[in-house]
Write a protein that binds this ligand. Structure first.
Ligand code: HEC
Length: 189
């Protein structure tokens, strides 16, 4: 959550900023799940740390733990899902090489290079033409949980693999809340 271990600040590859919103109950459940696992000896080399690392920014409103009571509000629930699913870590525009969810939330533009080729993260703000403001709920749901674009063609694996492996398992209430929240993101070009 804070991105700090007993040995110091964790590298940004551990995206703690996305988990600051975890409710105390959900955080305790994750810890209990981890503790229930059988110990396995690892041959991983010890970590090397080079100086201080800057913590990354969370989505505005998701910087501190949310509460179970707060999540009764569908828009809070949608923000929670977006934070934990890390939608805006990929889909926000970047400032100085890091996602900028404060000023460029959902604006897209980040480039992902994979063996399958380069893909640009889409603008998923409520902008009617540059973003997904004109998409129907059904089209958004299909993109998120199936990895299918508005034109019915598969999205690039950067998105589609997550859709299939993870987002397809979201509860109906979570998807609906996520879509409702996405529609509240300020339009960006
Ligand atoms: C690992 C980075 C990553 C994450 C995490 C991610 N996406 Fe994506 N997403 C992408 C990329 C890259 C594309 C563009 C794919 C393409 O153009 O084929 C995309 C495409 C989309 C599209 C289609 C938009 C369009 O104009 O075609 C939607 C909608 C979308 N993502 C929503 C989400 C939501 C909601 C989440 C969180 C539940 C999410 N994404 C998480 C990288 C990501």
């Amino acid at each position: 959550m804070s991105g700090v271990s007993p040995k110091g600040r964790l590298a940004p590859v551990m995206p703690s900023e996305s988990y600051r919103a975890l409710t105390p109950n959900d955080l305790n459940a994750v810890v209990a799940f981890l503790r229930a696992k059988r110990p396995i000896k690892s041959d991983a080399p010890p970590q090397e740390r080079h100086g201080a690392l800057e913590p990354r920014r969370a989505i505005p409103g998701a910087e501190t733990p949310l509460s179970d009571a707060g999540l009764a509000d569908p828009l809070q629930q949608g923000l929670y899902v977006a934070s934990l699913a890390r939608c805006m870590s990929c889909h926000s525009g970047e400032t100085d090489g890091a996602p900028d969810p404060e000023r460029r939330l959902g604006q897209g533009g980040r480039i992902f290079r994979t063996p399958a080729g380069a893909t640009v993260a889409s603008n998923i703000t409520s902008h009617p033409t540059k973003g997904v403001g004109a998409w129907t709920d059904q089209e958004l749901k299909r993109a998120i949980i199936e990895g299918t674009g508005r034109d019915g063609k598969p999205l690039a694996p950067t998105m589609a693999n997550l859709s299939k492996a993870h987002f397809s398992k979201m509860a109906e209430r979570d998807i609906e809340a996520l879509i409702a929240w996405l529609r509240t993101t300020p339009p960006k070009e």
